[in-house]
Write a protein that binds this ligand. Sequence first.
Ligand code: ZN
Length: 275
Amino acid sequence: MSTVRYETPLPKIARIVLDRAERRNAQDTELLYALNDAFDRAAHDEDVAVIVLAAEGPHFSSGHDLREENALAALHDHRTVGTATGFTREGAEGLMAREEEVFLGFSERWRNIPKPTIAEVQGKVISGGLMLVWPCDLIVAAEDAEFIDNVVAMGVNAVEFFNHPYEFGVRKAKELLFTSGALTAREAERIGMVNRVVPRDRLTEATLELAARIAEQPPFALKLAKQSVNAAQDAQGRPDAMRNAFALHQLAHSHNAQVHGVIVEPGFLRRFSRG
Ligand code: ZN
């Protein structure tokens, strides 16, 4: 049973759905590879012009699945998309390789799919959840959507795909990280992180309307427009800033492992297990 569904609700539209609602769409290794396969399928299908990423259930995603066992060994069941290796090696090496592959690698890869992508978002989008939403070109949010990176509470700088300053602006990025606070859908729309906010019961319909409108445009021009905007963002230094934050992220994991014996704050893990 795959935890990702693939639908074609309208001509030229692929809709990829996270289908692990019983775990609030927490991302384990299986789900991430299934999602990557679905993105590849939509990217390679010449009949697909626009890709929607949606999620089953009340919440878009609670983030990375911290309960996954043998997460490092699980990589060996997959043909990796990057060139990182040594996932089961000791110390910082194995973990860094895994996070290069399934977090930074995947999110960057999806950001660069040469077709427009739209995230259709409801409920909570927590930490790793942002790494599925942010790589999409557009975001349509239900009124109940909330965006949170609480990774500082875990003793780490931020999630691995460090797009925060570009999504929130510098000042708001600091506030949200420092407080592990939540951004509502309306606030996210106001600061430009979300394209539009719609009632929860109109979310899918509104997203598909937007997708259908975009799908009428010439596909090559859409691809070039996307690459132009992405290049403008990268010209501001995004790839270097992201590599730097990723290195500091690995330092934080390593520090936690040295001091506490686990890669995130044990106090957070205790609260997480109770919750
Ligand atoms: Zn990490």
